[in-house]
Design a protein around this ligand. Structure first.
Ligand code: NQM
Length: 377
């Protein structure tokens, strides 16, 4: 329940890590119904706009400037609905138009913590609708019995994901229908490869693809990079980032997304041959700052590009044979494995993608925003 605390409004909140991202999670029903008021509350919660987010709980990086809003679902076959919100630390807008598979990993733990989902046995599965794009995922978490015999969510376990220290309980995620999440089609131009003209770059071969996250896939070498740079190295290279952004603006139009200069997508994926035994090496820009690893649906989408003939990813990727290939997407802090389910009648069609994440509840309490931002009385 939302309460007043002196000059501030106190909103129940769980601060959670989901995969390699982190942010506050709310019961969506407790937030203002008016979208403008809600967005003002979310900006105040994170402390944006401000590159340091010093007056909020945002972490001054796009990966730690994210929010989850969760509610039980009334739709048949769906247990939970959630909305993901991205705020750029120095931005003043709340973007709910794209997906985040990392924050998604915290949704079911949040729902168990808050009583929205009651665990029944050692493992609890729920179907979660991401309202941003209508994507459905089946998620399973560990809910062992406590000493009294009651199942409870645990964060302890042996699962390890690159980009997060240590081990934790596994959060298994299976995506069922991610093609065309934002652009409406897996290959929004209808082609596995396009040659676009970007100012100052001349013709560039790209793959424009959306299997959960709209991506521009380009060979790192074509932009004068190796594709093995550190994220800090990429973030410091203004000339490289200018080339990437010039290409992004052209590709956004080609993908039917219009002027994407103020948008958080398409994400840019610089690819190179694998170096550590994986399938493909990637450096992901989200979209103007380099990811420390890679987004979940960005990894799903890059993995999908590895099985489609004619893509730019295929030019540099190792082969991934088999009816249910596991694609290992290398990134700056390790690798991300995605197991793809292919349509037996059309092995170019990805019907399912399965992957592993972890999550953890970091803090529980009230998040405070000034009453001038929201006064619920
Ligand atoms: O692509 C970062 C992240 C993400 C998004 C981003 C994500 C995904 O790592 O599904 O997970 O691309 O902004 O949290």
């Amino acid at each position: 329940e939302v309460t007043l605390r002196g000059s501030q409004t106190a909103i129940p909140c769980l601060f959670m890590r989901g995969g390699t991202s982190r942010g506050p999670f709310f019961d969506a029903r407790l937030l203002p119904a008016d979208p403008d008021r809600r967005d003002a509350v979310l900006l105040a919660a994170l402390g944006s706009p401000d590159p340091r987010q010093i007056d909020g709980i945002g972490g001054a990086h796009p990966l730690t400037s994210k929010i989850g809003m969760v509610r039980p679902s009334t739709q048949a076959g769906i247990d939970l609905e959630w909305t993901f919100a991205q705020v750029q630390p120095d931005g003043d807008t709340v973007d709910t138009s794209a997906n985040c598979g990392n924050m998604l990993a915290a949704v079911l733990p949040f729902a168990v913590e808050t009583g929205m989902v009651v665990p029944a046995g050692d493992r609890t599965t729920a179907r979660v609708l991401t309202r941003n794009t209508g994507m459905v995922a089946e998620i399973t978490v560990a809910t062992p019995a406590d000493p009294s015999g009651t199942p409870h969510i645990t964060y302890e376990g042996a699962a390890r994901i690159d980009g997060v220290p240590g081990t934790a309980a596994p959060v298994e995620i299976a995506f069922l229908d991610t093609a065309g999440s934002v652009t409406g089609a897996l290959l929004p131009t209808g082609r596995a490869r396009d040659t676009v003209e970007a100012p100052g770059l001349g013709p560039v071969d790209v793959t424009l693809i959306d299997n959960g996250q709209p991506l521009v896939i380009v060979e790192a070498a074509r932009l004068g990079a190796t594709g093995y740079e550190s994220p800090d190295g990429i973030d410091a290279d203004q000339a490289l980032k200018a080339r990437v952004e010039a290409l992004r603006l052209v590709c956004g139009k080609a993908m039917g997304l219009g002027d994407v200069s103020e948008r958080n997508y398409p994400k840019m994926t610089l690819v190179a041959p694998p170096r550590d035994g994986g399938t493909l090496s990637t450096r992901s820009l989200i979209p103007r700052v380099c990811h420390r690893s890679i987004g979940v649906l960005a990894a799903v989408t890059a993995a999908t590009a590895c099985v489609i003939e004619g893509t730019v990813a295929r030019d540099v990727a190792a082969g991934v044979p088999g009816a249910e290939p596991t694609v290992s997407v290398e990134h700056p802090s390790g690798e991300f494995s995605v197991t793809l389910g292919l349509d037996p009648a059309d092995p170019q069609r990805v019907t399912r993608s399965a992957l592993l994440r972890t999550a953890r509840l970091l803090m529980a309490g009230d998040l405070l925003v000034p009453r001038s931002v929201w006064d619920p009385t």
